[in-house]
Write a protein that binds this ligand. Sequence first.
Ligand code: GTR
Length: 412
Amino acid sequence: MQPFRLFMICLILANASFPRQSIAQINARNSADTVPMARYDPELMTMKAFNLVLPDVLTASNGKTIEKRKDWEKIGRPELLELFTTQVYGRVPETPYQKSIKVVKVDPNAMEGKATLKLVDITITANGKTLTIHLGLFVPNHPPKPVPAFLLICNRAKSNIDFTREQKSDFWPAEQMVARGFAAATFWNEEVDPDKHDNFKNGIHGLLDTQRNPESWGTLAAWAWGASRCMDYLVTDKMINPKRIALVGHSRGAKTALWAGANDERFAMIVSNEAGCGGTSLNRRKYGETIALINKGFPHWFCENFKSYNQKEELLPVDQHMLLALIAPRPLYVASAEKDYWGDPLGQYLALYFAQPVFKLFDPSSNLPKLLPMVNTPVISRNFAYHVRDGVHNLTLKDWNWFMDFADVVWK
Ligand code: GTR
């Protein structure tokens, strides 16, 4: 290997793997790593360097290895979905509700005539209460055929998704998406459920929860449900290609996007930007944010059962590579940032890497490199993409440009 490449990899891994730890901890880890290249090879890394033993994604509950697509679809996938439902994100109640979808504004002259703005009110009524999700989208004008779309779960201030475009933000670069031929759609997560622990009294929980139990849905599952309600509209919009709608999320929004994608196969691509713990990071690495820390900081995000794995990661029957496998065979983009130590960029790559066996059932030629990709060097292998962007935890135009490049490749 060229000395410069080796140096860069060491630099990335030094940054990505060992921040905010004492030298003694680092040495202890390094001394366990007896093979010099072990840190860069996922297979060796899990086994030798970190003693990381992951549940096998293709082993069914009866102990048998799943070898065929149809067995994954019939056995493996439903089993894992149920485990993530009951142990991690929680179950959506079956309470009946009414849904009304109204296009309340159409402006064909948005973005100086380049796009049509549509504002859509999705109103849910149950148990005498109502809740409205305000979906907004810009669709490129005069495209030759229905366009692909990116739906962003906005988990930041509403000013980031200003439909008047008086305020613009790289968190949702709608103009750039339209210029490249994509529809840009978004909704604000807090309209579905507030991001605070309110004993599930408000938001969609306030409408649909009758009685709660340890498997009841948390707030991430509620936001994911909201993304699916937006999808109910998007698949009907004649300007959009219903088979090419990607769901994008950042951080808590990315955890949500992955869970929404696992449940709702209408999402044709999932883009997870720095999802971290409870998203793309492997729990068993116990690196950066852990199960105990996330449950303490955000007691409303997951189901109650998830708390029983605080500091007991090994008892969890799943790990996050299995969540990523639930997206198969659809295209999946996992993005990290070099200095997002809290989110464990290396662990995120490992999760993607170990989700591969399921994707390979559908497309044996998908093959991620064994080396952690270098900073600012996106890797695309069939339906997988990964990058480590320079800088800190954020969703930037640079990330978006790479997401659009990926969509151009897989949807060419
Ligand atoms: C952090 C949280 C992370 C991540 C992040 C975010 O405080 O610990 O899990 O979700 O917030 O959403 O930006």
